[in-house]
Design a protein around this ligand. Structure first.
Ligand SMILES: NC(=O)c1ccc[n+]([C@@H]2O[C@H](COP(=O)([O-])OP(=O)(O)OC[C@H]3O[C@@H](n4cnc5c(N)ncnc54)[C@H](OP(=O)(O)O)[C@@H]3O)[C@@H](O)[C@H]2O)c1
Length: 330
C-alpha cells in the first residue's frame, strides 16, 4: 500500500472463534482500525471489545451496519447466516469481506453478487489462502511454466471432530458438513490452478447420523483431460497436503490452506524445500487485499473474483446434488 492509503475502519459481525483470529491479524496492519463489533449472543461483543480495546460494541448487527464510521464489515457468522448478513450490509452500502463459503449455495451467492454489483459495493469471499505469500509464489512458479503443463492435482482436508449435532460442523441448520467447511479449500485450490471449473465430476460421500457429509472424496476432470482428486472430512485426521503434478515435475504443499513451505521436484533434479513463511495469523493478507481494493476504488478482488466464488459454489451444489444433501429451507 502506498503512503496515500486511507485508514480503513473495520466492523466485525459475529464474535466467534474465527473473528478473534482475524482481528489478531488486523493488528499488524498499520492502516487498519477496529471500529466496532457486533454479536447477537449476550455479552460476546463486550468481551470481544474488551480483548481488543474497541468501544463500539453492539448486541445486534443493524447498529454496526448503520455506523457511518465503519468502512468495511467482516462477516464471521456460521455459513447459514452469511447470505442474510451480507445482504444487510450490501443493502446499506457497506463493503463486505464474508467468511467461506460465501453462502450455502450458488443461488444465494449469485443474489449477493448481483446486489454488490448493482449497488457498486465491494464484496469478497474470505478465501485467505489465496493471499498468503507461499501461494502467491506458487502462482508465479506456475505462470512461469516451472512445472510444465499441469496434469493432476491432489488435495485433502480432514480434521477429526467429536460427533455432536449441536456444533456447526455437524448441524444442518448451521450449514454443517465437511464439504462447505473444509472441502471448499481443495475445490478453490484446484480452481486456482486450472483457472476453470471441472467439466466432469464424480464423487462419493458418507452422510452421517446428523444428515450432513462427514467424509467425501471427489474426482474432477477438466476440458483437456487434466484431473484433480480431492477430499474432505470432519471425522478423519488427514494431512492437509496438496500436490501439483506437471509434465516437468511436481510441487508438494504441506498445509496447503495456510502453507509456509513447498517442496519442488523437477525431473532429473533433487527435491528442494522452499520456505515462505507468513506473518501473524495469516488473515492479515486477505484484509490487506480488501483495504487495497477499497483504497483503489475496486468493487471486487482480481485475486478472489466473484465469478470464481460463484463457480466454486456451483461445483459444491453439483456435489451435494450427487449426495441428495439439502439444507433446511433449500
Ligand atoms: N478462514 C478460516 O480459516 C476459517 C476458520 C474457521 C471458520 N471459518 C468460517 O468462519 C465462519 C464462522 O466459524 P466459527 O468457527 O468462528 O463459528 P462459531 O464460533 O461457531 O460461530 C460464529 C458466530 O456465528 C453465530 N452462531 C454460531 N452458532 C449459532 C447458533 N446456533 N445460532 C445463532 N448464531 C450462531 C454467532 O454469532 P454472534 O456472535 O452474533 O452470536 C457466533 O459468534 C464459518 O463460516 C466458517 O466457515 C473460517
Amino acid at each position: 500500500m502506498n503512503n496515500m492509503s486511507k485508514i480503513i475502519k473495520w466492523g466485525i459481525l459475529g464474535c466467534g472463534r474465527i473473528a478473534y483470529k482475524f482481528v489478531e491479524g488486523l493488528k499488524i496492519l498499520p492502516d487498519a482500525i477496529l471500529e466496532g463489533v457486533a454479536s447477537k449472543t449476550e455479552g460476546k461483543a463486550e468481551s470481544f471489545g474488551k480483548t481488543f480495546g474497541v468501544k463500539n460494541t453492539y448486541n445486534n448487527y443493524e447498529e454496526l451496519v448503520k455506523n457511518p464510521a465503519v468502512d468495511v464489515i467482516y462477516i464471521a457468522t456460521t455459513h447459514n447466516f452469511h447470505y442474510k448478513n451480507a445482504l444487510l450490509c450490501l443493502n446499506h452500502g457497506k463493503p463486505v469481506l464474508c467468511e467461506k463459503p460465501i453462502t450455502l449455495n450458488a443461488i444465494q451467492a449469485e443474489e449477493l453478487i448481483n446486489t454488490a454489483r448493482n449497488n457498486n459495493v465491494f464484496l469478497m469471499e474470505a478465501m485467505w489462502t489465496r493471499f498468503l505469500p507461499c501461494i502467491v509464489k506458487l502462482n508465479e512458479f506456475l505462470d512461469e511454466g516451472l512445472l510444465g503443463e499441469i496434469q493432476h492435482v491432489t488435495a485433502n482436508f480432514g480434521i477429526k471432530k467429536e460427533l455432536d449435532h449441536k456444533v456447526r460442523s455437524f448441524n444442518p441448520d448451521l450449514g454443517g458438513g465437511a464439504l462447505l467447511d473444509l472441502g471448499v479449500y481443495p475445490i478453490s485450490f484446484a480452481r486456482m490452478i486450472y483457472k476453470q471449473a471441472p467439466s466432469k465430476i464424480k464423487s462419493s460421500a458418507y452422510i452421517g447420523k446428523t444428515k450432513v457429509d462427514e467424509k467425501s472424496c471427489y474426482l474432477f476432470e477438466y476440458e483437456n483431460g487434466q484431473t484433480a482428486m480431492l477430499s474432505s472430512s470432519h471425522r478423519l485426521i488427514m494431512p492437509h497436503d496438496a500436490s501439483i503434478f506437471g509434465t516437468k515435475g511436481y510441487l508438494e504443499i504441506p498445509n496447503f490452506y495456510h502453507p509456509s513451505k513447498m517442496i519442488l521436484k523437477l525431473e532429473g533434479k533433487r527435491k528442494k524445500k522452499i520456505r515462505i513463511p507468513f506473518k501473524s495469523t495469516g488473515y492479515n493478507y486477505e484484509a490487506r487485499e480488501v483495504m487495497h481494493c477499497l483504497n483503489t476504488g475496486k468493487f471486487e478482488s482480481e485475486i478472489m473474483p466473484l465469478d470464481e466464488t460463484l463457480e466454486i459454489m456451483k461445483t459444491m451444489d453439483i456435489l451435494r446434488s450427487q449426495w441428495h444433501l439439502k439444507y433446511p429451507g433449500e
